[in-house]
Design a protein around this ligand. Structure first.
Ligand SMILES: Cc1ncc(COP(=O)(O)O)c(C=O)c1O
Length: 411
């Protein structure tokens, strides 16, 4: 039979993927704080043969025979996993690590569900204070029968105050304090929180989804040394890996309770191409994560200053705007001065090839990977102001500048 060639739909799909790759990979400045640029070697591993393979290295009895895996052909896969877990443990200076969780959300479930029975009480930062929606009462807590009470994170910068957090922990006596935010500008007073939590036998679970790459590079804070029992999160926001999750801890008791509980509860197969790509990113950060993370934070702070000079309203001005990869436009002041909401404002910028998110967060992680440094931030702020505030057509200028950055730094 002759090969009839691709169908019209297949050709359309190929065009869409090519167009996406050109648009997002070359033609825009990505300032979304939830995303990053994956290194070329990690991308190659993502499309390797591993993409279609299984391994399940779990001992089981079948017809009187003891098996060490359900599959054959896994000799390299199992070694790749060991290498990835060892690299994660080294980079985060943790005794135990798993790179299996398929995303940040699944990493959160991997930490919470095996350790906390139904009926457990959680303290978490509510979404209106920049917390992650997944920890709001209707989501993970509803699914697994937890009650959740708010841990306060006040003011427009959503900072957690030590005294207020300690008072809340003593009053609520939760089973776990879940830290971490989607709007995440400043580190937590973690030592005080952990001391209060441990005094009431509560676990301290640190969702580092947004700041994992900074923590890897010794910036922001060092949760395991400051009292967190488990640290977990996404591997693709400030951490520049493929989409996925990981979890690290020093606590043998917790790790041995949760690690065997993941398979057949939270997931089955663990996507080994992603784990190979993640291992590559972990190794790259071992070499140059410190410089990457400190440049990200320096870029954020420089962009904060430049944005305010260019006329943007930002939150947390008195605190230097940020200690992370994020900056937050002050939404009420933005609306008052421009007469449009943050969503319409972000769409206006998108038409000029500048991507910020529709809830007014601006991120510097991917720009840092492209090679931008603090002295580039006034130019970036000026383009954002001309495109976003003054409604000028700056798309061509953005494109020319974007195309002058070739390859990725720190990769
Ligand atoms: C704090 C926090 N935790 C977890 C997640 C979920 O991460 P993922 O999309 O990797 O599942 C997010 C997503 O934005 C987040 O902001």
């Amino acid at each position: 039979m002759t090969n009839p060639g691709p169908t019209e739909e297949e050709r359309r799909l190929a065009r869409l993927v090519r167009a996406h790759d050109r648009w997002r990979g070359h033609d825009v400045f990505n300032l979304l704080p939830s995303e990053n640029a994956v290194s070329p070697t990690a991308r190659r591993y993502l499309s390797s043969d591993l993409a279609g393979r299984y391994t399940l290295p779990i001992s089981m009895e079948v017809d009187g025979e003891t098996l060490d895996n359900s599959y054959t052909g896994t000799r390299y896969t199992d070694e790749i996993e060991s290498l990835a877990n060892a690299a994660a443990a080294r980079l985060f200076r943790a005794r135990f690590a798993t790179t299996r969780p398929l995303s940040g959300h699944i990493a959160a479930l991997s930490a919470i569900v095996p350790l906390l029975p139904r009926g457990s009480r959680l303290l978490a930062i509510p979404p209106e204070s920049g917390g992650y929606d997944g920890y709001a009462p209707g989501f993970v807590p509803a699914l697994f029968g937890y009650t959740v009470r708010p841990l306060p994170a006040d003011g427009p910068g959503h900072r957690v105050d030590a005294a207020a957090a300690v008072e809340t922990i003593r009053r609520e006596r939760p089973n776990a304090v879940v830290l971490g935010q989607s709007f995440f500008l400043f580190p937590y007073p973690l030592r005080e929180i952990a001391e209060a939590a441990h005094a009431v036998d509560a676990l301290v679970l640190y969702d580092a989804s947004h700041v994992l790459g900074l923590i890897a590079g010794g910036e922001f804070q060092d949760p395991l040394r400051e009292g967190a029992d488990l640290v977990f999160g996404s591997t693709h926001k400030s951490f520049p890996g493929p989409q996925g999750g990981l979890l690290v801890t020093d606590r043998e008791d917790l790790f041995h309770q949760l690690d065997p509980a993941l398979v057949w509860r939270i997931f089955d197969n663990a996507h080994w191409n992603r784990i190979a790509g993640l291992a590559q990113t972990l190794l790259e950060l071992e070499r140059n994560g410190r410089e990457y993370a400190s440049t990200v934070v320096a870029n954020s702070q420089a962009l904060g200053r430049a944005l305010v000079e260019a006329g943007f309203p930002l939150v947390a001005e008195a605190d230097g705007y940020t200690r992370s990869h994020q900056l937050h436009l002050d939404r009420p002041r933005l609306r008052a001065s421009l007469g449009i909401g943050a969503g319409a404002f972000a769409r206006r910028l998108e038409r000029q090839r500048l991507l910020i998110d529709l809830v007014a967060r601006i991120g510097t992680a991917e720009a840092t990977r492209l090679g931008l440094v603090p002295s580039d931030m006034p130019r970036l702020a000026e383009l954002l102001a001309r495109g976003g505030i003054r409604k000028e057509r700056v798309g061509r200028e953005v494109l020319a500048w974007r195309r002058s950055f070739r390859g990725l730094r720190f990769a």
